[in-house]
Design a protein around this ligand. Structure first.
Ligand code: ATP
Ligand code: MG
Length: 558
């Protein structure tokens, strides 16, 4: 399992305080509780790292539990992808994979227990009426005319709800608490509803389903969770959870303690499954794993590494107040990881042919090139009379400070020779299509003129052996305001230029037959990863991030 270096945080402090006070003597137990109604996103990564990280730090356990109480929105596709993503991030739930639906029987019995204690009733009000009766933040709610049914009548009606006697929406089961409570969640929260819908695990066994607010705290309690770590929007629900567990006799010294933390919000990014699903279903992206998506599967395909996402989650920390994290920080984390671990190769995205006029036609050599400044290693790159360079590395009318190739100017070819531009060849439209250069044959590494002072060094590939590749360059999926906030109408803010496909890039032959998921630094061009669309005769790369690190720069300035 992956190691997390969680910085000290208030959740950890709360756990330590509990242990000091003699609570939870059986050990610490957390859980990650996704609803399988979509793919996980980067916000979930924060919750996963936190829950598994806390368990690890306190020598406890972390469960995976699917909160699958919403049969119409859930699917096994999501159940599968969620497991894949958590494993890929480096965490293990061991043999503790659970489903709220495992507890449907138990939950049903708890509901009957509440009824028997006079703490729940069957209500015939419609959904709209319940809303109307609920009151507002400033006005108390109104009691339902069905609120004072006898225990016997409630029990009978609830059993008939379960038996399928009533259509969807005809009745609900509600907790009987206090319609005048200042906390709206305490105003007789609905705890069961009728839904004649097939569930992805229990099929048609049930036609009533527990509400999230009922199933969630009880599932935690059933599993012996000690610390239910969740996001801030559940703060108002905590009194209800406590009321429920108290009413059903769960011991205060062992039952779950809920602690809320701030969701991750990222600039330029939507992190809501509902919105992400809309992007997928309306075809604005290729799927949940489109490399522009902030889903874990999208980030994986984009070339993010598990270590970089874990690092990001460590760096952002855990706080009590909502804030917006700069997406540049996420990019910084993957850049840092790939800078250390990705092999360097040469690739030319927009090729311009260069013929070395004095280089013998039948000569061919292999030049030594280093793979990675930190881990060492080297390879040979082929070199001969015809090569390609990047179009933008040549300028016919170059400004003074342009230290790449210009007519009459010299430049060093990385790992190879110094060349000088002697002649520019154009087509009928005046487009530059080829350069004729001379080659200083003594300037190879170790050669007599290799130390000549040359301002610019550019990358290149040999024409004969270069592999063709498709390269996909990404920009942010969404346009934002100056602070990086995505407008509410995010579909209208879609960036039309978020994907640029370069069909005829050329790359050095060492990357032949490389597996999907392999990372490279293309010298001077950024970090790239082999896309799963790659076949033996069609290489496809995604650009992960460029080389420039705006985050590190800003951090340095302070
Ligand atoms: P969404 O709004 O994207 O559907 P959700 O909270 O409904 O998110 P769940 O499947 O219920 O999604 O989430 C599982 C866990 O992940 C919950 O404990 C939730 O609090 C947490 N979580 C979801 N989004 C974020 C986020 N942006 N930052 C941190 N934790 C999150
Ligand atoms: Mg949710």
């Amino acid at each position: 399992m992956a190691e997390m270096n969680l910085a000290p945080n208030f959740v950890q402090n709360a756990i330590e305080e509990d242990l000091k006070n003699g609570k939870y003597t059986e050990g610490i137990h957390t859980r990650f509780p996704p609803e399988p109604n979509g793919y996980l996103h980067v916000g979930h990564a924060k919750s996963i790292c936190l829950n598994f990280g806390l368990a690890e730090r306190n020598h406890g356990l972390c469960n995976l539990r699917f909160d699958d109480t919403n049969p119409t929105k859930e699917d096994t596709e999501y159940v599968d992808s969620i497991q894949e993503d958590i494993k890929w991030l480096g965490f293990s739930w061991g043999d503790r994979k659970f489903y709220a639906s495992d507890y449907f029987d138990k939950l049903y019995h708890y509901a009957e227990e509440l009824i028997c204690k006079g703490l729940a009733y069957v209500d015939d009000l419609s959904a709209e009426e319940i809303k109307e009766y609920r009151g507002t933040l400033t006005e108390p709610g109104k009691e339902s005319p069905y609120r004072n049914r006898s225990v016997q009548e409630n029990l009978d009606l609830f059993r008939r709800m379960k038996a399928g006697e009533f259509p969807d929406g005809a009745k609900v089961l509600r907790a009987k608490i206090d319609m005048a409570s200042p906390n709206i969640v305490m105003r007789d929260t609905v705890i069961y509803r009728i839904a004649h819908a097939e569930h992805h695990r229990t099929g048609n066994e049930w036609c009533i389903y527990p509400m999230y607010d009922f199933a969630h705290p009880l599932s935690d309690a059933i599993e012996g969770i000690t610390h239910s770590v969740c996001t801030l929007e559940f703060e108002d629900h905590r009194p209800f959870y406590d009321w429920l567990l108290e009413s059903l006799g769960f011991d205060v010294n062992t039952r779950p303690r809920q602690i809320e933390f701030a969701r991750l919000n990222l600039t330029n990014t939507v992190t809501s499954k509902r919105k992400l699903r809309q992007l997928v279903e309306e075809g604005h992206v290729r799927g949940w794993d489109d490399p522009r998506m902030p889903t874990i599967s999208g980030l994986r395909r984009r070339g993010y590494t598990p270590a970089s996402l874990r690092k990001f989650c460590e760096e952002i920390g855990v706080a009590k107040g909502n804030s917006l994290v700069d997406v540049a920080m996420l990019e910084h984390c993957v850049r840092d990881d790939l800078n250390e671990n990705a092999s360097r190769v040469m690739a030319v995205l927009h090729p311009l042919k260069v013929v070395l006029v004095n280089y013998p036609e039948d000569k061919s050599e292999y030049l030594l090139a280093d793979n990675n400044p930190m881990h060492g290693g080297s390879r040979f790159v082929p070199f001969s009379r015809e090569i390609f360079i990047e179009q933008e590395d040549f300028m016919e009318e170059a400004p003074k400070k342009f230290f790449r190739l210009k007519p009459g100017g010299e430049v060093r070819l990385k790992h190879a020779y110094i060349i000088k531009c002697e002649e520019v060849i154009k087509d009928e439209q005046g487009q530059v299509i080829e350069l004729r250069c001379s080659c200083d044959m003594d300037s190879k590494s170790g050669g007599p003129t290799s130390n000549r002072k040359i301002k610019g060094t550019i990358h290149w590939v040999e024409a004969k052996t270069a592999l063709k590749a498709e390269v996909r360059l990404y920009d942010y999926l969404l346009e934002t305001d100056a602070d990086g906030n995505v407008p509410a109408d995010f579909i209208a803010s879609l960036n039309k230029k978020s994907l640029e496909v370069v069909k005829d890039a050329l790359i050095e032959p060492s990357v032949k037959l490389t597996a999907a998921g392999t990372h490279y630094q293309f010298l001077r061009m950024g970090y790239f990863v082999v896309d799963p669309d790659t076949t033996p005769d069609h290489l496809v790369f995604n650009r992960v991030v460029g080389l420039r690190d705006s985050w590190a720069k800003a951090a340095q300035k302070g």
